[in-house]
Design a protein around this ligand. Sequence first.
Ligand SMILES: CC(=O)N[C@H](C=O)[C@@H](O)[C@H](O)[C@H](O)COP(=O)(O)O
Length: 229
Amino acid sequence: MLIPKGTLVVSCQARADNPLHGPVYMAAMALAAEAGGAKGIRANGAEDVAAIRAVTKLPIIGIAKVWDDRFPVYITPDFDSAARVAESGADIVGIDATPRPRNGEPVERLIARIRHELGREVFADISTLEEGRAAAACGATYVATTLSGYTEETAPRKSAGPDFDLLSALVESVSVPVVAEGRFDTPDLVAEALARGAHAVVVGTAITNPREITKKFVRAIEARAGNGP
Ligand SMILES: CC(=O)N[C@H](C=O)[C@@H](O)[C@H](O)[C@H](O)COP(=O)(O)O
């Protein structure tokens, strides 16, 4: 198991509309995260994964976001996208492990192929307890709360903060390491996840997206506008 227990993983991702989009920026982000004490990196796409692999030995959770209007699954939906991030240097392949329709093999077959044909650990992004149990039973190395609030089933109960109920339920009922991911935006929330039994915590936006961080500060300023000094 490559991600050490009780540690922080930093997700270094920037979409095309983000001024920090591109492998040079994401490699710099990963280096900054490593210098700050992160013990793993999550990254999207072969180019970013390769650039990060070139600058660090930290374990990399590689994903490939592939959008297809016909299917809800976009995080590493098939074996070919998994193989590309593995070949680019990811030690661990992150996939959408929900049973939702995808342009690719069924999730249980995808997990088996990544483990046996690519020889990589599988990081299963899920949104419910049942999905986490199923992914663990199929051989996923880790299950993570990443997709809670981002599927049709879970969107109605999405909270502003992390899904601690799901985290605790998973910790109770699966035997593989449970990773907390999604809307962890303060150090206290990370500490709480570890106290509840999370193996590790992945933080993205709150560390690596200055545009969203800036917006938070600006919103606070705007909220007090008109309230006097
Ligand atoms: C739902 C989805 O597509 N999540 C993505 C998964 O790779 C990323 O956009 C998130 O930034 C990542 O999960 C980390 O979460 P947060 O940025 O909230 O710390």
